[in-house]
Design a protein around this ligand. Sequence first.
Ligand code: C2R
Length: 175
Amino acid sequence: MNAAATGAGPTQRVGVVMGSDSDLGTMRGAIDVLDRFGVPREVRVLSAHRTPERMLAYGREAADRGLRVLIAGAGGAAHLPGMLASATRLPVVGVPVPLRHLDGMDSLLSIAQMPRGVPVATVAVGNATNAGLLAVRMLALSDPELAEELEDHREELARASAEADERLPAQLAEE
Ligand code: C2R
């Protein structure tokens, strides 16, 4: 089992944190991206509401443990990303997790509307994939190999889009 999969150890570069294990379906998007780029990560369930002391300790120790970026997802009254950001100087990327009610708007606003001085970079509702990519982009600033892989990924996206563009006339003609 590699370091990324064990979820422990000093080599982890990104901490993926969620308020509940019920968020895992959404947060898997970030985990998959980090694994795809080979970025060592750990995954934790921590809650500003349910385990405030554990959550604060994690935030306070994160930088010293070698983590470079935190990704934090939570649904509803999503205080976790902001509270983590208050306990660390590391960049925190917040993921609004949609629950059954309010389509994730509650979570989105809880995460995005941070007071001046304590930033949380917020992605779209449910879009943990972009949180993973944002973390990879941050790490790539000081990692040329990762930067090259990101360029390949960007080219791949552009190629897929161009291919869809070329396929579309034939698809419409078949309708
Ligand atoms: P359960 O499914 O465990 O009842 O959790 C979680 O992120 C989850 O989406 C329901 C929702 O509660 C959220 N939660 C928070 C926080 N802790 C848990 N928003 C927090 O600290 O912000």
